[in-house]
Design a protein around this ligand. Structure first.
Ligand code: SAH
Length: 248
C-alpha cells in the first residue's frame, strides 16, 4: 500500500462548506490526525482510525502523520478553515524539513478550505473588498512586539485587517492593547466586525464603530475584521451590510 498525507481544511463549521475534494480524501483515509474538536467533526467508520490530540502539539502530530504515511497508511491531517492559514500545513512542512530524508519522497498534498476570515466577511457583506491583511493576534508562537509592529504598520498603510485568535482567557491583555493601538493609529470611528461562530447555528455578527469596540466582544471563537478608512455600513431592513469600496 502506498501511503500519503493530505493536509485538509474542514471550513468554518457548516458541513456544506467542506469541499468535495476534502470529503473524498476523508473517505479514502485510514487515519485522521488533528486537534480534538476538529477530529470530532469527522464521522467514524470501520477502517478509519481517529487520532485526536491536544492543542500546541502541532509538531508531534505532524511527525506522527508523516511516520504513519511512511508505513503505508493514508493519513488526513485536519484543520478548521484552511490548513494553510495559522494551521497545520506549515507545521507538517516544518516537521518534513527537519525529519528523515525518506519523508521527502512521500506524497504530501494540501487541500484548501474556506478560512474563517472569508466566511465572516461574506456573512457581513464585503469588508475585505479591497487591500487587506490577516494577523494572528496570539503571541504563543511569536513575540507581542512583532504583532504590535505589524498591526501599527498595517493600520498606517490603511489595510482592512482580519484578526484570528483575538482574545483568550490566558492572554486577555493583547486585545486590549490591539484596540488601543488601532484607536491611536486610525483616529476615526471606522466599523469593526465581531463575527462569532460563523456559519454555525449560533452565529452572531456585531458591527460597532471602532470608538465603541470593547475587548469582551471577542473571544477565541470570534473573527474580528476592522475596515479601512473607506469601509462603511449600508442600513437595510434586513440588517446592516458592511463593505469596502473597490476604489479605496
Ligand atoms: N485555519 C483556521 C484558523 C485557525 S486559528 C482558518 O483558516 O479559519 C483559530 C481562529 O480562527 C479562532 O480563534 C477564530 O479567530 C477563527 N475562527 C475559526 N473558525 C471560526 C468561526 N466559525 N467563526 C469565527 N471565527 C472562527
Amino acid at each position: 500500500m502506498t501511503g500519503w498525507v493530505v493536509i485538509a481544511g474542514l471550513g468554518p463549521g457548516n458541513e456544506d462548506m467542506v469541499t468535495p475534494e476534502v470529503r473524498a480524501a476523508l473517505e479514502a483515509a485510514t487515519d485522521v490526525v488533528g486537534y480534538i474538536p476538529y477530529v470530532a467533526r469527522v464521522a467514524e467508520r470501520p477502517g478509519l482510525t481517529l487520532h485526536p490530540s491536544d492543542n500546541r502539539v502541532e509538531l508531534d502530530r505532524s511527525r506522527h502523520a508523516l511516520d504513519m504515511a511512511a508505513e503505508g497508511r493514508r493519513v488526513v491531517v485536519v484543520s478548521s478553515g484552511d490548513p494553510g492559514v495559522f494551521a497545520m500545513a506549515s507545521a507538517v512542512f516544518e516537521a518534513l524539513e527537519a525529519g528523515p530524508e525518506a519523508w521527502r519522497a512521500l506524497d504530501i498534498r494540501v487541500l484548501p478550505g474556506i478560512t474563517a476570515m472569508l466566511a465572516a466577511a461574506a456573512a457581513a457583506g464585503a469588508p475585505l473588498g479591497h487591500d487587506f491583511c490577516a494577523i494572528n493576534l496570539s503571541d504563543n508562537l511569536k513575540p507581542w512586539a512583532l504583532i504590535e509592529k505589524r498591526l501599527r504598520l498595517a493600520a498606517e498603510a490603511d489595510f482592512a485587517m482580519a484578526f484570528y485568535n483575538p482574545r483568550s482567557a490566558s492572554r486577555p491583555e493583547g486585545f486590549v492593547r490591539t484596540l488601543a493601538v488601532l484607536r491611536e493609529t486610525c483616529a476615526d470611528a471606522r466599523p469593526v466586525l465581531f463575527a462569532r461562530n460563523v456559519t454555525r447555528p449560533d452565529q452572531v455578527l456585531r458591527i460597532v464603530p471602532l470608538t465603541e469596540a470593547r475587548p469582551e466582544m471577542a473571544d477565541m471563537r470570534t473573527m474580528v475584521i476592522v475596515g479601512n478608512s473607506a469601509t462603511r455600513v449600508i442600513d437595510t431592513p434586513r440588517g446592516p451590510i458592511l463593505y469596502t469600496p473597490r476604489s479605496a
